[in-house]
Write a protein that binds this ligand. Structure first.
Ligand SMILES: *Cc1c(COP(=O)(O)O)cnc(C)c1O
Length: 436
């Protein structure tokens, strides 16, 4: 079968995510036959460098032999078992290892299947915690301007991206937002830390007035991904941690995108030296192999549900909770982090690749070039209203999978990309920016 045949069948039978399907009358789908390392191959033999890690999930490349072998071994042992009333080796080992690696105090792992379900779990847990504590009036949630926490109804209520949210507004219990500490909003002479302090003062004012009705503050630590790779100073997290504690508001860190090394440390919260009350993980947790998410909770929250009454327990479940294949993939990912010293090696990659990207940062059409850890982003000053779609197509023509957000172009490649591959990514992106 050729690309042409697969894309016709896909267009007819598959309703693709985050897509106006009519656009595929003119913009072809890309049917992928196989992957290897950072490359994807279509049915006509063309290749694409996966510069977005297949929506931010892939860490160690496609068809990674170590993760593949671990999942294959698990297939012969146990594919899945109900996690209510039962347990298994993979879920126990994974929970213990995540607790040991996460910021201190997060020793209780609750599993879901994807990022949005982890956010739903964290929100419900926060509300129910306060209800059990005799504070049922704490029903509100606070998020940052430009936040993204997923697209199910609860997660969407704390998401501040108009394109995803506005159509469904009548279905949502709309939640309040506070200003984002977006470092790009610095006034002349102001540092990123000053911006963070300014946003923290706004948070402080909001909490002082509304804390009695607020169950939790939810943040994407250091990088707000889906609203355009908005980066901010760790100082904001230090202040948010302190303010939330002072006002009896739980802090939920949504590290679904930032976790597993993306921002340079295993978890972004480490760079501020803070531990949240609830930590949401997904995306990179299985290296992009299988859907899995996890919410890590503190002893204090866990204890708030531990009682004789069934209804004080956290009565939430998904059928694939703690799936054995996904847990084994996640354990293989943690082995790679440990055995290959990935976090230390990434510091070198991050520095070398930032140097390679210097011509982009200096390009006259590029604005706001920024980078943190293994994420690079910038805005393109272009009159093209359809820039994102145009750039995606120009990328494909140059063997690149790029998926700009509005006029923001970002690189978030798997960590196994070579220096030569990153140089190729920069050179071909420069060609596209030249023509923008
Ligand atoms: C992707 C993402 C989610 C949602 O995860 P899904 O698996 O797509 O449901 C939530 N929060 C953040 C920060 C994300 O990047």
């Amino acid at each position: 079968m050729t690309n042409e045949q697969w894309l016709a069948r896909s267009r007819a039978a598959v309703w693709h995510p985050c897509t106006q399907m009519k656009l595929h009358e003119t913009l072809p789908l890309v049917p992928i036959a196989r992957g290897a390392g950072a490359w994807l191959f279509d049915f006509d033999g063309r290749r694409y460098l996966d510069a977005v890690s297949s929506w931010w999930v892939n860490l160690f490349g496609h068809a990674n032999p170590r993760i593949g072998a671990a999942v294959a071994a698990q297939l012969d042992e146990l594919e899945h078992v109900i996690l209510a009333g039962f347990t298994h080796r993979g879920v126990v080992e994974l929970s213990e290892r995540l607790a040991a690696l996460a910021p201190p105090g997060l020793g209780h792992a609750f599993y879901g299947s994807d990022g949005a379900s982890a956010v739903e779990i964290a929100l419900k847990m926060a509300f129910h915690y306060w209800k059990n504590a005799g504070r049922p009036e704490k029903t509100g949630f606070l998020s940052l301007a430009g936040s993204y926490h997923g697209e199910t109804l609860g997660a969407l209520a704390v998401t501040d991206v108009a394109l995803f949210r506005d159509v469904y507004a009548p279905l949502l219990k709309r939640q309040a937002t506070v200003p984002s500490p977006d470092a790009r909003t610095a006034a002349p002479g102001e540092s990123a830390k000053d911006v963070a302090e300014r946003a923290a003062l706004a948070l402080e004012a909001h909490l002082a007035q509304h804390h009695a009705g607020i169950a939790a503050l939810i943040v994407e630590p250091l990088v707000q991904g889906a609203s355009g790779m908005v980066m901010y100073d760790p100082h904001y997290l230090v202040r948010a941690r302190e303010l939330a504690a002072r006002h009896d508001v739980l802090l939920i860190a949504d590290e679904i995108m930032t976790g597993f090394g993306r921002t340079g440390t295993l978890f972004a919260c480490e760079q501020a030296g803070v531990a949240p009350d609830l930590l949401c993980l997904s995306k990179g947790i299985t290296g992009g192999y299988l859907p899995l998410s996890c919410v890590l909770a503190t002893d204090r929250i866990y204890a708030g549900f531990y009682a004789d009454e069934v209804s004080r327990g956290f009565l939430h479940s998904h059928s694939y909770t703690g799936n054995a294949l996904a847990c084994r993939a996640a354990l293989a990912v943690l082995d790679i982090f440990r055995d290959d010293g990935v976090i230390a090696a990434n510091r070198g990659r991050s520095a070398r690749w930032t140097a390679l990207a210097a011509p982009l940062a200096a390009h006259p059409r590029v604005r706001g070039f920024r980078h943190r850890g293994m994420i690079w982003a910038f805005e393109v000053d272009t009159p093209r209203a359809d820039f994102a779609r145009w750039c995606f197509a120009e990328g494909l023509a140059r063997e690149l999978l790029l998926r700009p957000i509005g006029r923001t172009v970002y690189f978030m490649p798997p960590y196994i990309v070579t220096d030569d591959e990153f140089a190729l990514l920069v050179a071909r992106t420069l060609e596209i920016v030249d023509r923008a």
